[in-house]
Design a binder for this molecule. Structure first.
Ligand code: FAD
Length: 461
């Protein structure tokens, strides 16, 4: 990148908020995707206002360089990694909670606020922000909005999109717009708000969000349910809903996940079990108790070997901490962990989990499955042994077959991690060419010079 551009960036942001030394920018070539980076950014900027973000994008359009938005870099599909160099726009300094409006159950935040910090502030006010990606200790609201992040509680409360009322966004050409309204309903014009949520930072940089809150549930109950059969555990998920219970979470862990996390973040999970479900119910104390009893009955009928109920708050938190640690625990034993997040209709879960394990075995790859089973969303982790030169190729083949199975089961190839760069080659398996073409035309209309997060989602022609 020409030095004059760096100089202009320093003019916009102040030189202390622009980094361009190779050792400073190297980190920003990575996110949580376990593959070697494609390109280093030429510069990383840390704007302090939406106007500065707008000026950076205006400069990018005038001079012609890529701009890549970035929150915490915890994305798992390469969305925040530059592939053509250019400028990374970090939201690190845009990290303020601007307002909690308890009367209207709303919160106004900047994009760099860490999700767990937001949740804690909201809980202190007796309110509840349900979206709970398992990276919440470090991921940002901007990244959650761009990926439409989900989490265990999506099963009852929905995903990030369901909590967005209004956004301030800088569009790719540098125009600052406000979308949505501070009301619970608004149907004026096209729903551009929904288009921006989940666009993986390709249609705009979110600089402020007004999010909806809920009253906090009065109580929660957590059950640990142990199964000797993986399919029985998966089958118990649909059976729970069929019995008329809407839990606030149902998480699944297979044996490989249980064993790995027990070594890393022990929570007393039985390492001889084929699978466990962690089920959470919430409501008033009598309602929570009633739901827990109903879940227990369904699980017994579904063949559970052991059901632990009545966990104290500390025990429940230890269980959730252990669940959140599954991804990092697997990464510790397999530095290359091909991580997919497939979704299937609930009734197809047993076929999906057994089919995935069979396909991994067929291709000679170790596999661990865990995730948000209540949504039919399973994180499939293919563990690549770096000492085995052919293992990555076999894992790639396994992914192809797993996605074929998922489409056959009327599922989707990604429930929450997005497409980024790692799933580009697969989107044609799920979307018809006409749908992809329509999306590409929307991208071209909003970003005619192709400056914002280029090379993401859509395969190059
Ligand atoms: C251990 C672990 C557990 C995880 N668990 C979950 C889970 O349960 N559910 C889930 O959904 N995901 C999960 N993830 C994936 C990831 O944490 C989420 O996708 C998260 O939303 C990314 O937030 P981030 O701030 O790290 O964004 P980044 O990784 O920095 O960016 C992600 C994408 O958002 C774009 N972006 C970032 N900020 C903005 C902005 N202000 N405006 C526009 N675009 C922007 C980037 O360009 C990029 O395309 C997990 C990841 C890890 C490592």
């Amino acid at each position: 990148m020409d030095k004059s551009v760096i100089k202009e960036l320093c003019g916009i942001l102040g030189k202390e908020h622009v980094q361009s030394a190779p050792e400073d920018v190297a980190l920003y070539a990575y996110d949580a995707t376990p593959f070697a980076p494609v390109a280093r950014p030429d510069a990383v900027v840390f704007p302090g206002s939406a106007e500065e973000v707008a000026s950076v994008l205006q400069l990018a359009n005038r001079v012609g360089f890529p701009v890549v938005p970035r929150g915490a870099g915890s994305g798992l599909t390469g969305g925040a990694r530059p592939i053509l160099g250019g400028v990374v726009v970090s939201t690190q300094r845009l990290d303020r909670i601007l307002k909690i409006d308890s009367d209207n159950l709303q919160i106004v935040v900047q994009p760099g606020v860490v999700t767990e910090d937001l949740q804690e502030k909201v809980e202190a006010a007796g309110l509840f922000y349900p979206p709970d990606p398992q990276s919440k200790e470090f991921c940002t609201i901007g990244g959650n909005l761009a990926e439409n992040a989900g989490g265990p509680r999506a099963v009852k409360y929905g995903v990030t999109r369901n909590y967005v009322l209004a956004l301030q966004v800088v569009l790719p050409e540098g125009t600052l717009v406000r979308l949505g309204a501070r009301t619970l309903k608004s149907v004026v014009g096209y729903d551009l708000l929904s288009l921006l949520v989940g666009c993986e930072g390709t249609l705009g940089i979110i600089t402020e969000a007004t999010l909806r809150l809920l009253p906090a549930p009065e109580s929660r109950g957590t059950l640990l349910v142990v199964f000797d059969g993986m399919e029985a555990a998966a089958g118990a998920v649909a059976a729970t809903f069929k019995a008329g219970v809407l839990p606030s979470a149902i998480e699944f862990m297979d044996q490989a996940s249980i064993r790995c996390v027990e070594e890393y973040e022990p929570a007393g999970l039985p390492t001889d079990a084929a699978a466990v479900l962690v089920v959470e119910v919430d409501g008033s104390p009598p309602e929570t108790e009633r739901l827990a009893e109903k879940v227990k009955a369904v699980m017994e009928k579904s063949g559970a070997r052991l059901i632990r109920t009545g966990a104290s708050e500390e025990e429940a938190e230890a269980l959730w901490k252990s669940r959140r640690a599954v991804g990092p625990a697997l990464a510790r034993i397999a530095p290359i962990k091909v991580n997919e997040d497939i979704v299937v209709p609930l009734s197809r879960l047993p076929q999906a989990v057994s089919g995935i394990h069979e396909l991994a075995k067929k291709h000679g790859v170790k596999c661990a499955c865990f995730g948000h089973a209540g949504d039919g969303n399973i994180h499939v982790n293919l563990l690549v042994d770096t000492g085995d030169a052919d293992a990555l190729r076999r894992a790639d083949l396994a992914v192809d077959s797993i996605f074929e199975l998922v489409i056959e089961l009327e599922g989707s190839i990604t429930g929450e991690h997005g497409v980024g760069t790692t799933k580009q080659r697969f989107i044609g398996m799920e979307l018809k060419p006409e749908a992809i073409e329509t999306m590409v035309r929307i991208k071209q209309a909003l970003d005619p010079r192709g400056v914002l997060n280029p090379g993401k989602i859509f395969p190059s022609p």
